[in-house]
Design a protein around this ligand. Structure first.
Ligand SMILES: [Zn+2]
Length: 288
């Protein structure tokens, strides 16, 4: 899925990989169309995604009713009876849309889940870094999910937790909050934005965070992600549109993508650096 980020006083447009808000937006967008519907067919046009789609997947879920559409980190989980779960990850460029069986499939439309013979959940993924897997083990124990840190929007992600996890950590605070074993869903854009909002220098060592800074950082991460999901929510009505990508949304960004522009807080030029080969944007005056 592409995330279009339009800023109010410049015309930058970025196409970036789906992050937690886009996946949550997708979850909310598809759920009302497919919940409690029954799988009548599964069409796999391309098995070779990040991992091969199991050949047995259609048979595992055929005739089963979809009981839950949930999310863990950036994994979308289609939950059927008896613990049968389809795990979907959108990778670098994946998106989901709802259409009908008569909607012609494009070159990158790799998988169709057909419900009640008439509703299609279609996975599009030009770069093929996504995945579609099946399991019937307890989903929390699946190897892709079992080591994930807490969901950022739950009470399990709080200042005391972040403070305890950060002790004796020498990595940068940006790398720390982007580590999915610490907390899921803080992608590159959201890391820069939440560090700006909490006034924390991204290169500061994680182990040097005070409890007060942890409180500010946790609050900022929640605020940024909630705002992003709410922005995404405004596009849900377009989720079934036939042309164009679903889930495009615009979000106001304070520092990300704004190198050399004025800090919205103090007016000093925003600095761009590279950390772990990812761009970081911050204000050297406001973020200590
Ligand atoms: Zn500033």
């Amino acid at each position: 899925m592409n995330l279009l980020i339009a800023s109010s006083h410049s015309s930058h447009t970025y196409s970036v990989m789906p992050e937690l808000p886009e996946v949550e937006t997708s979850r909310r967008g598809i759920e009302p169309h497919i919940l409690n519907k029954t799988i009548s067919d599964v069409i796999i046009r391309q098995h070779q995604l990040r991992w091969p789609i199991p050949k047995s997947l259609p048979n595992k879920i055929l005739t089963l009713k979809l009981k839950r559409v949930t999310r863990r980190g950036k994994y979308l989980l289609l939950g059927f009876v008896d613990n049968n779960t389809v795990i979907i990850h959108l990778g670098m460029s994946g998106s989901l849309k709802i259409c009908t069986p008569s909607t012609p499939a494009g070159k990158h439309d790799h998988v169709d889940f057909i419900f009640n013979h008439k509703i299609v959940l279609r996975l599009t993924d030009p770069r093929k870094f996504g995945c579609v897997l099946w399991t019937n083990q307890t989903i929390e124990q699946h190897k892709l999910l079992s080591k994930l840190g807490p969901e950022p929007l739950t009470d399990d992600f709080n200042a005391n937790y972040l403070y305890a996890q950060s002790r004796k950590r020498n990595c940068s605070v940006k790398a720390f909050i982007m580590n999915s074993h610490i907390v899921v869903g803080v992608g590159n854009i959201y890391a820069s934005e939440s560090l700006f909002l909490s006034g924390i220098n991204p290169v500061r060592k994680a182990g040097s965070l005070s409890i007060l800074r942890c409180e500010k950082l946790v609050a900022a991460i929640k605020q940024i992600l909630i705002a992003a999901i709410e922005h995404g929510g405004t596009t849900l009505r377009d989720f079934t549109r036939e042309n164009g990508q679903p889930g495009y949304f615009a979000q106001q960004l304070h520092v990300y993508g704004r190198a050399h522009e004025a800090c919205p807080n103090c007016g000093k030029a925003i600095k761009q650096i590279s950390q772990l080969n990812r761009s970081t944007f911050y204000c050297t005056a406001c973020q200590k």
